[in-house]
Design a protein around this ligand. Structure first.
Ligand SMILES: Nc1ncnc2c1ncn2[C@@H]1O[C@H](COP(=O)(O)OP(=O)(O)O)[C@@H](O)[C@H]1O
Ligand SMILES: [Mg+2]
Length: 246
């Protein structure tokens, strides 16, 4: 059975979607079968980060409702083994049939090594739907105080939901902080009360790649953010790659 990973945060704009797309492409580049699902109902944009906007992807509701087969999910044009389902635009998360969604994810776990769910911002119905069935939760946060407060609250909510496999990615760590990095990342971990999965530096290539309609790892595979994401993907696969703070 594959592993279902939810990428979450309290805030919008912390980098969930970028990290989700980066991890998906890195895992696929390692030969894994990956299903990426945009769960940001109404504000979907994972297709942009994956450079799959032109693929006319089915929504996860198309498949979970039984109208289409999982085998009809769009395959990435450059990463064989990476498949994508987008979010419906006009369907409040509250109205999504949770049991049907869970059954669909269970089926997907038989077909894929990894299923990555890109969560919406906030902690309401969309968040709960995304987190409910996850085997592992990754919280993406910035290092500023308000991000950290949010992520620590989200960590508590996940604990209340019975989630124990929760890890933190500190994203957009800037060059100016590098000198004091150890302290900074330690502070974030302490404040959030969560173990660290990785650190991704601030890197303009993340936005440039999306602008040029290229996945980050294809646009610039040696740029700092791409290297960081590739290292995190190894850690997800159980390879003991040390956490680089640079
Ligand atoms: N490590 C990074 N360095 C620079 N820009 C980033 C980084 N991660 C994300 N971004 C940019 O931040 C913005 C929000 O990222 P996104 O992944 O959409 O966040 P979320 O899904 O949490 O709302 C996007 O413009 C994205 O290109
Ligand atoms: Mg997003």
């Amino acid at each position: 059975m594959g592993e279902l990973i939810a990428i979450l945060s309290g805030k919008g704009g912390t980098g969930k979607t970028s990290v989700c797309a980066g991890l998906a492409t890195a895992l696929a580049a390692d030969g894994k079968r990956v299903l990426c699902i945009d769960c940001d109902v109404g504000l979907r944009n994972l297709d942009i980060a994956l450079a799959m906007s032109d693929c006319g992807a089915l929504t996860f509701l198309d498949v979970s409702s039984g109208a289409y087969e999982l085998s009809q999910a769009s395959e990435h044009p450059y990463y064989p083994g990476l498949f994508f389902l987008t979010a419906p635009t006009h369907c409040p998360p509250e109205s999504i049939d949770r049991d049907q969604f869970g059954e669909f994810l269970w089926d997907a776990k038989r077909e894929f090594d990894y299923i990555l769910l890109d969560a919406p911002a906030g902690v309401d119905a969309g968040f709960r739907l995304t987190a409910s069935f996850a085997d592992r939760c990754i919280l993406v946060t910035g290092s500023g105080p308000s991000s950290v407060r949010d992520v620590s609250r989200v960590g508590e909510l996940l604990e209340l939901m019975g989630k124990s496999n929760v890890r933190l990615i500190v994203n957009r760590v800037s060059h100016r902080m590098v000198g004091a990095m150890d302290t900074t990342v330690d502070d974030v971990m302490d404040a959030a009360g969560l173990p660290l999965l990785g650190v991704v530096p601030e890197d303009p290539n993340v936005t440039l790649a999306a602008t040029h309609n290229r996945p980050l790892l294809m646009y610039s595979c040696r740029c700092p953010a791409a290297l960081a994401v590739a290292r995190i993907s190894k850690r997800l696969q159980g390879v003991p790659v040390p956490i680089s703070l640079r």
